[in-house]
Design a protein around this ligand. Structure first.
Ligand SMILES: Cc1cc2nc3c(=O)[nH]c(=O)nc-3n(C[C@H](O)[C@H](O)[C@H](O)COP(=O)(O)OP(=O)(O)OC[C@H]3O[C@@H](n4cnc5c(N)ncnc54)[C@H](O)[C@@H]3O)c2cc1C
Length: 287
């Protein structure tokens, strides 16, 4: 039998977490697959499950002082419906899994699962997302890139829960998301890409990009982004060879059942090029 605890409030959940080793379970759409056992038998959990998916305190989605806060138990489906959620996040969620999975799964679960192919991660990286982690003793904030250490590895302490995902609300002139997968629905990514940019006149004032499923963690290069910021639009295309040299050692995909390393690497480089050309044409429109 899977042992589980079902706290009624967040303080109760944190109290349980403080006193014993538990596995937080929100929608269970990753966990129940990861812990599955032979057909006809129950999943195997090393520690009891802590069911946090029903906690009312963690279900809210709201905006205050220019920050969008998404509670850790808000389902992917509810996030899709909220008007303040940035389009780039909605684009990623709308092609994740299937409606049934999106009705149960959460953004927090997608983050904490820390899969290099998790679809919401590239958009959350470029948006400058900050995670709120809470224990009975303290609350701390961590940028998403510092939270995820590698495949399935995070900086979450055993007495903590991720309670909220915070996204600064800003407007961008270019918003680009692409998931490359075997089919349009219910397929995990071979490669995913998110890019955001701001332009002013003929100049790029901010440009960010993040690539998923091509390395143990989402790839984001400050060096590359720095190279492009403050440049004239007309100079962007000419910088693509230099950009590729920066990304080449960072893009280190693996061969697996979904794709192979050569394909993933080529697609990632093509997406960088495509996105830069999108930025170039967006600036032209903005003039
Ligand atoms: C058929 C199918 C299709 C899928 N397709 C996709 C897809 O296209 N793209 C994609 O990215 N994913 C996909 N997934 C994976 C999954 O649905 C998502 O990652 C989902 O967002 C997980 O959310 P959850 O609430 O179900 O997480 P859970 O399974 O409940 O938890 C996942 C992990 O996060 C931890 N966790 C959850 N919430 C917290 C919290 N608040 N604090 C601390 N730790 C926490 C859990 O302990 C666990 O380690 C698919 C899964 C299935 C079964």
């Amino acid at each position: 039998m899977v042992k589980s605890l079902t706290p009624k409030t967040l303080p109760e959940a944190l109290e349980f977490r403080k006193h014993q080793r538990l596995i937080p379970l929100a929608g269970g759409t990753d966990l129940m697959v990861r812990k599955r056992s032979w057909a006809g038998t129950l999943p195997k959990f090393e520690y009891p499950a802590l069911f946090i998916g029903g906690l009312a305190e963690l279900k809210g989605i709201n905006v205050k002082d220019g920050i969008l806060t998404i509670g850790a138990a808000a389902t992917l489906a509810s996030i899709l419906e909220h008007p303040a959620v940035p389009d780039i996040v909605k684009q990623a969620i709308s092609i994740m899994a299937s409606p049934a999975i999106r009705n149960a799964g959460t953004l927090a679960g997608n983050i904490c699962n820390a899969s290099p192919a998790a679809d919401t991660l590239p958009p959350l990286y470029v948006l400058g997302t900050v995670l709120i982690l809470q224990s009975t003793a303290a609350q701390r904030e961590l940028p998403i890139a510092e939270f995820i250490k590698g495949p399935g590895q995070t900086n979450l302490q055993t007495d903590e829960l991720l309670v909220a995902v915070q996204i600064p609300i800003q407007s961008y002139d270019v918003s680009f998301y692409k998931k490359v997968a075997a089919r349009k629905a219910d397929a995990l990514s071979k490669v995913s890409f998110a890019g955001l940019a701001k332009v002013s006149g003929d100049m790029v004032t901010d440009l960010r990009m993040a690539i998923g499923a091509v390395a143990p963690r989402v790839v984001r290069s400050k060096e590359a982004e720095q190279l492009l910021k403050g440049r004239k639009i007309r100079d962007l295309a000419g910088l693509i060879p230099e950009l590729k040299k920066i990304y080449d050692p960072l893009i280190r995909p693996i061969d697996d059942q979904r794709s192979d390393a050569v394909y993933r690497s080529q697609v990632a480089h093509r997406l960088i090029e495509y996105y830069i050309m999108q930025c170039a044409s967006a600036t032209a429109h903005a003039k």
